[in-house]
Design a protein around this ligand. Structure first.
Ligand SMILES: Cc1cc2nc3c(=O)[nH]c(=O)nc-3n(C[C@H](O)[C@H](O)[C@H](O)COP(=O)(O)O)c2cc1C
Length: 307
């Protein structure tokens, strides 16, 4: 018998726990991979108005990871509703829209605009992009419990869609921010976005990114992201979606054992667009091999105590 891989995130029912992370997965990959196998596709973050993004270069490879400073380039929510969503019509997998704004009003408006776009199954609230400024704010929204609460609250009031709050790893205690998102009505938290980071070309003495700094992703961040999931797991009542450096099945299972109900895969798809599909197969095999009938039994089941 095949193990049950179905996972519930609020009202959202995923057929398996593997999603592709916002901004990393070209929907044009449809020619290379079967997108419909995925638990969900998280779309690139959209904002109220179009954004041109940051100056190039916007991507740089680092040891065991990559830096990006895309800066949320997108054509704005109205273009997405008018044209963008049409381009996704052949994708049968669940679509999750990701939104970012400067303040509560913008997040509320975005959530309201997307509320009735039939194909959108849930909203991911990006509170944590290290490559953009949120209005006059010096810090990220997800570095501030109060701001996290009020923005998730504004989105909660504007939509009945399931809400996922995407948090930043660049905080002292991630569980405090996660609890603020939960209190405000988030159905899940996503841990984590990229880590603020940089790299320098010693020959030119210039930064490798046009924006000087960017966000670090890939295997380099996995152990830190994992600890954040573990730290938050026992303190939350809502599910955690784990993200950060997941390259293969073992990485995904590690996140699940530490408390993630589902995972997102980003940088891995730059190396192998089929990684998410291979991870779904791998989780199936892992469950079968270990006599697990329901993947949900694995969530948070890491054994602690004497080694
Ligand atoms: C090129 C690139 C673009 C990204 N764009 C977004 C974005 O638009 N919105 C967002 O919430 N996260 C964005 N991210 C962050 C990823 O969704 C993910 O949280 C992060 O890369 C960590 O996962 P990974 O190590 O598996 O890549 C981006 C990451 C990369 C590498």
């Amino acid at each position: 018998m095949r193990p049950n891989l179905t996972v519930n995130i609020g009202k959202l029912k995923l057929k398996n726990p593997v999603m592709v992370a916002s901004g990393t997965f070209g929907t044009g990959y449809g020619e290379l991979v079967d997108i419909n196998l995925l638990g969900a596709v998280v779309l690139k973050t959209i904002t109220l108005k179009a954004r041109h993004g940051n100056p190039p270069p916007r991507i740089a490879e680092t040891s065991s990871g990559m830096l990006n400073s895309i800066g949320l380039e997108n054509k704005g929510v109205e273009d997405f509703i008018k044209n963008g969503i049409q381009k996704l019509k052949d994708i049968k997998a669940l679509l999750i829209a990701s939104i970012a704004g400067d303040d509560e009003n913008e997040y509320g408006t975005l959530a309201k605009r997307l509320n009735r776009v039939g194909r959108i199954a849930a909203l991911e609230i990006n509170l944590s992009c290290p490559n953009v400024k949120h209005g006059a704010r010096e810090s990220l929204i997800a570095q501030d419990e109060k701001a996290t609460y009020s923005i998730v609250r504004a989105a909660r009031r504007a939509t009945r869609l399931p809400l996922i709050a995407k948090l930043s790893p660049n905080v002292t205690d991630i569980s405090k921010i996660a609890i603020a998102a939960q209190r405000a009505g988030a159905d899940a938290v996503l841990l984590v976005n990229t880590f603020p980071a940089m790299a320098v070309d010693v020959d030119t003495k210039k930064p490798k990114l046009g924006n000087i700094t960017g966000g670090l992703s890939g295997p380099a961040i996995k152990p830190i992201a994992l600890k954040m999931v573990w730290d938050a797991y026992n303190k939350l009542d809502i599910p955690i979606i784990g993200c950060g450096g997941i390259m293969d099945t073992n990485d995904a299972v590690e996140f699940i054992l530490c408390g993630a109900s589902a995972v997102q895969v980003g940088t891995a798809t730059f190396v192998n667009p089929n990684a998410p599909a291979e991870i779904i197969k791998g989780i199936n095999k892992y469950c079968a091999k270990n006599g697990i009938n329901d993947m949900n039994e694995l969530v948070g089941s890491m054994k602690v105590g004497a080694l």
